[in-house]
Design a protein. Structure first.
Length: 134
């Protein structure tokens, strides 16, 4: 049974929210690729639309949009997702995972593309204001 951590980014505020999903909610992500849209109900954000932006597996290997499937692949990288060179012209062979979400995926990164304010939907914004008034 699939189980991952979903990190939801709110581009309007720059905030991130983490959710543990398993069972039927996790199955909504299986087989989806980077760039695909998912219903926010899987993480408790009903009425929101989320876009998959990336992720990683248990070993921390990142998902790359230019690698098909969900298998591991060794790429000679000059930069980008998975490798940051320390000097110009430096290249390194890095193991990355494909763009498809699978059972091996441990974390899925998504961003809100439609639905409104995430903090208000989770009820977090109201609690902070109430504490300030006391």
């Amino acid at each position: 049974m699939a189980e991952f951590q979903v990190v939801v980014s709110d581009p309007d505020t720059g905030s991130t929210y983490q959710f543990e999903v398993d069972g039927q909610d996790a199955n909504r992500f299986l087989g989806k690729d980077i760039g695909d849209e998912v219903d926010g109900g899987a993480v408790g954000l009903d009425g929101f639309t989320l876009e998959i932006t990336g992720g990683s597996d248990e070993a921390g290997r990142p998902m790359r949009a230019n690698v098909a499937g969900s298998n591991l692949k060794e790429l000679l990288l000059e930069g980008g997702v998975g490798y940051k060179p320390s000097r110009d012209g430096e290249r390194k062979r890095i193991t990355v995972r494909g763009r498809q979400v699978s059972d091996e995926t441990a974390q899925v990164n998504v961003k809100v593309i439609d639905g409104g304010d995430v903090a208000a939907a989770l009820g977090e914004g109201d609690d902070e204001d109430a504490e300030d008034d006391e």
